[in-house]
Design a protein around this ligand. Structure first.
Ligand code: DC
Length: 217
């Protein structure tokens, strides 16, 4: 199952820092990086653009089955609206099933891969050699996401962003299929008091510990 690939699973809630950590780990080790949230965002955006209903599991799954990786580059997938739509379509089992093979194939690349998301260490790549669950308080995550959305030109209040984050946390961790939860064998990384350099350094140490463990076995 594992082959020659060293998989780094970076899970956690929105705006915890997991995306930046994953990107920087990929650059450090020379591994490709998959932001799995973009897959759900692209499905949500396409469903909205086609006038579909976010509660329609089959319509969402049909789009997930023919998802074009190029659609992940569309700036629309990074909007607030896309994040909300992603969380809605991600609750449908047929959507998750349709996106699973792609993520697992990505994980099996040699010499390794980094994937960030909500269920990477638990469902997509439970065999991952390094797993971390990156978190921060909702208030701090809202600060970060508000800055990011404002820089993208979105007009939104801090309170609205905080409400989005709380709703999304509740939905992502409360769904029946592959809920957001720290894998039992993951390392918790709370970035509330950390800037991104410190958070990355802590993440790098988690990976180094996992690599040393693998070298010994
Ligand atoms: O990481 P993100 O904020 O871009 O993710 C958007 C939504 O996609 C998130 O609220 C839940 C869903 N998602 C998921 O269910 N499983 C993943 N592995 C990644 C994202």
């Amino acid at each position: 199952m594992t082959g020659d690939s060293f998989v780094i699973a970076v899970d956690g809630p929105a705006a915890s820092g997991k995306g930046t950590i994953a990107t920087r780990l990929g650059a450090l080790y020379g591994y490709p990086v998959l932001d799995s949230g973009l897959l759900y965002r692209a499905v949500g955006v396409q469903l909205l653009q086609s006038g579909g209903d976010l509660d329609d599991a089959e319509a969402a799954a049909a789009l997930a089955r023919k998802l074009d990786p190029a659609s992940l580059e569309d700036p629309e997938v990074r909007t607030r609206r896309a994040g909300e739509a992603a969380s809605r379509v991600a609750a449908h089992t047929p959507v998750r099933t349709a996106l699973r093979d792609f993520q697992q194939q990505f994980a099996r690349q040699s010499p390794g891969a980094v994937i960030d998301g909500r269920d990477i260490g638990t469902v997509i790549a439970p065999w991952a050699q390094a797993k971390m669950f990156v978190t921060a308080t909702p208030q701090v995550r809202a600060d970060r996401r508000w800055l990011q959305l404002s820089a993208q030109g979105e007009t939104v209040s801090h309170d609205e962003v905080l409400a989005d984050i709380l709703l999304r946390d509740r939905r992502d961790s409360g769904r029946a299929d592959s809920p957001m939860v720290a894998a039992a064998d993951s390392v918790l990384l709370d970035t509330t008091e950390m800037d991104i350099d410190r958070a990355f350094d802590a993440a790098r140490r988690i990976v180094e510990t996992a690599r040393a463990r693998q070298d010994q076995s």
